[in-house]
Ligand binder design. Sequence first.
Ligand code: NAP
Length: 495
Amino acid sequence: MKEVPLLPSVQAFLERDHGNFIDGQFVIEASAEKIPVINPDTGNVISYIRNSSASAINDAVQSSLTSFRGKWAETSPYQKGMIINKLADLLEQNSEELAQIETLCSGKSIHLSRAFEVGQSAVFLRYYAGWATKINGETITPSLPSFNGEKYTAFTRREPVGVVAGIVPWNFSVMIGIWKIASALVTGCTVVIKPSEFTPLTLLRVAELAIEAGVPAGAFNIVNGNGRAGQELISHPGVSKVTFTGSVPTGISVAKGAMEANLTRATLELGGKNPAALLHDVDAELAVQGLITTAYVHQGQVCASPERIYVHRSRIDEILEKLSKGLAQLKIGSPMDESAQFGPLANSGHFQKVKNYFDIARKESEIICGGESLGGRGYYVQPTVVLAKSSNDTLLREEVFGPITTFLPFDTDEELISLMNDSPFGLTASLWTNDMSKALRLIPRIEAGTVWVNTHTFLDPSVPFGGVKASGMGREFGGAFIDDYTELKSVMIRY
Ligand code: NAP
């Protein structure tokens, strides 16, 4: 095992006293409770943050309000796009430093941190930057008749809603943060982000780079802390929109809190229990490789990844055998080891939760491979495959958000659709088949925000993403996000 050597700048960053980033500066609240940041690979404390007080949260929102009405409002759409592009450049120039900080907090493989948390974040930033100059209303010809020869014309304006509060989970703390920051800034909003207390560090460094890129002080602030800090942020009267990514129960509490505080609009990207359907003609090699790379990447802690796998009865034995063999070859090891393919879970609470699902699987279902935690340091478990006894098995109903796929055979297309839709969630789904005619007929019947064919968890900035049913409200990416970050103002002129 050979771990990537820690950059001196990363060591120095970890040793800093961390708090918030408000109005272009790091701010430490000396009296605030300290929260330890733990490396999931070792279980050791690597740094501390502060649990923001109501007063610090108020400072952050006020600073974002000032920037919204001042510097950021005065920045032209062209300049906004240039600044966001520059931030993308700076992310890439500081890629290794950002990736190492993120891997140490989250347990994400250093490859994934480099490729997604930094590389894909830069791709998304550049995509969003292009929208800055394309946020337009429309001209309308009013429909009522003129009574005395007067005429009317009308147009709409897309105006930024104001200060956005963004609540970010621990699984992709930079990339999901960037989706929210970029959506807010290109539409002319300003933004206060609350990262998860488990992965609070990397966005602080991104905020520093944003200032270097030319984002005016206050347009992008960060408040750290736990759920209480998040609740105070979303209910602040200066906040005009909440964008939340996380679990269903917290999402409901956030939406209620925002609504009760100020009728604040909220978009919610929530959990999933995503089905993948392997039809009778499935290409077994392609599907098994696809499941290994999408269901087990980042130890399965990906909202869009497949957890319920329905396989045509004629192919299930072959698929289970190939998948078990493939998973046995994954090299488990430290996320800072470039040769490791599978690392630890992100935190101790989540580790306990996944181990509990192993116990449930042992009682209710059949474990085909894996199903154990690994002794020794950190929060490691085995990649696991479960065969359900029926569609009522807990492992087919509850989101694990970990490296467990649960299989069930099906016989007919009607049965398949009924199984796929038999869930309160509706985030993503996939069909694995070469029969495109069948796939195109099944797609409209699947209750999910995204359906992939012969792939899964493939997010592209130009393709809208979000959930139906309990998986959320609203869409990110494409042009779909613009409606959520702007108000439509109608203007009518008599002449
Ligand atoms: P979580 O417990 O709901 O937390 C999400 C964020 O909300 C964290 O920053 C958390 O802070 C904060 N929070 C907790 N309680 C809060 C409250 N009362 N008010 C305001 N904020 C509060 O979710 P998680 O465990 O971090 O993430 C896993 C879940 O997110 C899974 O269900 C996964 O499917 C979902 N997810 C969905 C998407 C999507 O795009 N649909 C993407 C990624 C993840 P602390 O962490 O400090 O408690």
